[in-house]
Design a protein around this ligand. Sequence first.
Ligand code: CU
Length: 453
Amino acid sequence: MAKTDFTLHIAPITVELAPNRILSTIGYNGTSPGPLLRMKEGAPVTVNVINDTDVPEFVHFHGLLISSEVDGSEEEGSPAVPPHGSQRYQFTPKPAGTRWYHTHTMAMDDLHRGSYTGMFGFLIIEGANDPGRFDQEHYLALRDWEPYFTNQSMDNDDLDPAQAQPEKPAVLDTRPVGLEVAADIFSINDKALGAGEPIRVNSGERVLFHFLNASAIENRHLALPGHKFNVIAMDGNPVPTQAAVDVLMLGPGERIDAIVEMNQPGVWILGAPEDPVREGGLGIVIEYANQHRTPQWTPPPKSVWDYTIFGNSSGFGKSSGFGKPQPQAAPTERLDMVFEKVPRGAGKFNSFTVNGKSYPHDQEFLLKQGTRYRLTFHNRTDDAHPLHVHRHQLEIVEIYGKATSGVIKDTFVVPTYGRASVDFTADQPGPTLFHCHIQQHMDFGFKALLRYS
Ligand SMILES: [Cu+2]
């Protein structure tokens, strides 16, 4: 048997967000986030997962181009980690970049299962990507805790681009909607704002941040007063055009690598622009040397998130000059997915359909190996959804009614009533799961299985 390179031990843990706020959950190796797994691109690894709970578990390696057998998805036929048993995953990690791993079990109406737990962590694949000069780096995962059901909409999608909403139906469905999941307690990694050590910086330093939205629930925004985020990679993939922005947006599952030039001495809060979210814990203090005062927060300039400014079509920003994706052949086949929400379609909860049908869409999405596809997502719902395709890389080619190229993602947010197209090459045989990365949406129908013919 191959030697074990990494061991993940699933068991109940406690997380001390603050001295007066200690949570019980499930985690990997006694902590949440779990250990940072550092792998080398192209060097085979064995991950041994030991499950010390009473239920089957799946560990999904998110953003990796690996086979269905080890992808960690029940729908794709990966074997479960049995209760009080273990499972070995052997694969060759690729591509280089900021990836992550997390549980992929269903939660349904149990808010103590699946991605509501502390089972997630960063997975870094080291390779040829060159982030440029930096003085220190930090891995920051955004989380919410102690989720509950509510019929009060908590959406904060107002920072999304104002747009035509091409998929908005002429007549809106006004039936009462079901219970949704919300949370009021937040953290970055395992600490609420102010409870952990600050990030200590010197004026003039370049700090590389690896951000991950590990929430099961909601898209998140981040800002750092007086500073800009120079985005160099999204979902671990270098962007064709590096651009500096005031506010980042990450849907659940998304990652952003960004360099911040520390040139505003003071003590600042890096956190969520929405007051209840930041005051609920989603933030971390940035403290310059020899600065002693209360951490400052000022609202960021009004800002909209737009993936296309990082693409090849953009006229501003500076070319990253590394890892630039090769121009791809034009797609020869088309696929369409239409998403609709059925209010209270699952009893107390809403359900979702893809092309008017429920999972698993037998034989509906058949891929021919080696073919490049254009997949268009039609979001006929009143939410912005983080869409994720397993084991493949997606090139955004149209979003917000704008064309772009070269932005390579595994997860991206399709706006409310919006439309987006991605191109991908079917070069990863095996069942392939597509789903919304909001746990409740996935559990209640927002998913489909793509198969190779
Ligand atoms: Cu969703």
